[in-house]
Design a protein around this ligand. Structure first.
Ligand code: GLP
Length: 243
């Protein structure tokens, strides 16, 4: 794992965007795994800038997002599909048929999870997966659990995640209680992983993810086993590392 210390959120975002841009230039039909939340917003801003400057092109890019709330349609401004439209898709020339998303409105949850796994496989796997990390050390919506869940699955959100994400909703009661999420194996199969984390409030989770045991209570810890991870974090987020 390469731990890259960034002086600020914007430096973190620039570093992440530069890696993603290089991936897209080296392989124009790259398959990108994308994340939501406040952590990658600056990365998307930087990618949009690079697109506007003609440095990168999304014409052949394919995307898969990590997760989606159950019960929110893409038109709901709190859905992750909506977030991606606002922060990236509507600003670049990615083709709608190349955007892959979990359907949080599906009546067949198991079928939808299988469809997503199959689609990733058919397309040849994810070249580069962008990740953020929750306050409890989760990636995507792989909440602290008794065991790792490998594939895409339905998850009950933990109270700490509901509390952390309620800032985006009118009230805590509006935060969905369930989500569909790629599992840890779905994420670990990506050839390269770029993690962006910032802020002192995540420092303890960062320490556990990088220096702690590999345990399902901190799903980000599994990244220690991946051969090609860029863990890009600001100084505050790295402040509790011992090594
Ligand atoms: C949610 C998302 C994660 C994200 C996390 C942290 O739980 N499912 O993918 O990493 O929030 O979000 P933020 O970056 O806003 O702290």
């Amino acid at each position: 794992m390469r731990v890259i210390e960034a002086g600020s959120y914007s430096e973190m975002s620039e570093r992440a965007a530069a890696i993603i841009a290089a991936q897209m230039i080296l392989k124009p039909d790259s398959v990108l795994g994308l994340a939501t939340g406040s952590s990658p917003v600056g990365t998307y801003e930087s990618l949009v800038k690079k697109y506007d400057q003609g440095i990168i092109d999304f014409d052949q890019t394919k995307t898969f997002n990590l997760d989606e709330y159950v019960g929110l349609p893409p038109t709901n401004d709190q859905s992750y599909r909506y977030f991606m439209e606002e922060n990236l898709f509507s600003h670049v020339n990615v083709k709608s048929e190349n955007i892959n998303f979990l359907d949080g409105m599906t009546a067949n949850i198991q079928g939808e999870c299988q469809r997503y796994e199959q689609r990733i496989e058919e397309i040849g796997g994810i070249d580069l997966q962008l990740l953020g990390m929750g306050h409890n050390g989760h990636i995507a919506f792989n909440e602290p659990a008794g065991q790792f869940v490998a594939d895409t699955h339905l998850v009950e959100l933990s109270q700490s995640t509901i509390d952390a994400n309620k800032r985006f909703f009118e009230s805590g009661n509006d935060v969905p209680r369930q989500a569909l999420t790629m599992g840890v194996a779905s994420i670990m199969k990506a050839r390269t992983i770029v993690m962006v984390v910032s802020g002192e409030e995540k420092a303890e989770a960062v320490r556990k993810a990088i220096e702690g045991s590999i345990v399902p209570e901190v799903s980000a810890s599994v990244l220690q086993m991946h051969p090609d991870v860029y863990f890009i974090a600001d100084s505050a987020a790295l402040s509790l590392l011992k090594g």
